[in-house]
Design a binder for this molecule. Sequence first.
Ligand code: ATP
Length: 347
Amino acid sequence: MNTNNIKPVKRIAILTSGGDAPGMNAAIRAIVIAAQHYQIAVIGFYAGFNGLIDYVSMPLGVKDVANIIHKGGTILKSARCPAMKTSLGIAQATSTLLKEKIDALIVIGGDGSFAGSLALHKQWSGQVIGIPATIDNDIDGTDFTIGFSTAINTAIEAIDKIRDTAEAFERIFIVELMGRNSGHITFNVGVACAAEQVISFENFAANNQATGEQEKLLTLAKEIKLAQANRHASYIIVIAENVWQGGASVLAQQLQALANIDCTACILGHIQRGGSPVAKDRILATKLGVGAVQSLIAGKSNIMIAEQNNAIADVALPTAIMHQQGVSESLIQAQENILALTAQRLC
Ligand code: ATP
């Protein structure tokens, strides 16, 4: 590339969008520090794309990002912004970027936020870079997304505690985990907590939801009854949100109605989104934040900054949102063919 043709970047806008993820603050900090190093001004916009549409912003300097690397949430706030899906919303966001003389926009969020960035890029000629941050880990082209490691650690800690009380009372728990339509959290947490059952999109995909659920319910009831008869111990089922109609509570009621099995449903919910980011998320966010600024200076645009095999890489934004990253096939196979069967053998 001829570096003489690269337009110098003087002003960067950043925003955090979609579900918040632990490590977003670490990414903001890295961007601001790297930008200052290269003498670039940073303007933060509030509450996702709403900040661009409603023109709510603040300049960000190194002092503003001191002492935030360890904090969950995001100092810029995050939100959904339905207006970004309208031409009026895109026009308002573009107008703000032009008024602020922004050369480049960095969006920290999930695949929906990247779709918003692409829509904006069609109307606005500045550079656009996405940083993958979502607890769901469902973005293709990056080994991990910011927030995933913290979310699974939080869930593991919670389920280890549930295991203690379940073991003491020989209880059956059904724990519902986040992930929207992806099973990264459920599968990883299920394996790490030695759950007796993992029910997720990757191992429970029925052509007919009602028939599939009925069949699964029958086998589940049989296995739980066997476990209860043969050993006096806890029994934990982890289930992905949105995989079962009505979720964990309905599954618990169905097991009660079908086979008089007493289960406690526990929905971990938003606890998985909060908390201080673990080391892995802080480091990933820092690498991606610095990488994003350096890519902008190199003239790159319309890309997601990713980590692949421990190295920084860039992926075209349309490619990043084309497919959802799947759960590791070896993890699914290990759970389905070995670990789940071991739980049955213990019965
Ligand atoms: P997470 O999955 O972790 O919640 P996300 O970024 O995928 O993160 P979404 O709610 O899907 O979360 O998207 C965030 C925002 O991105 C939306 O509220 C909207 O403002 C914008 N957005 C999403 N899809 C589009 C689209 N097709 N066109 C324009 N904007 C979009």
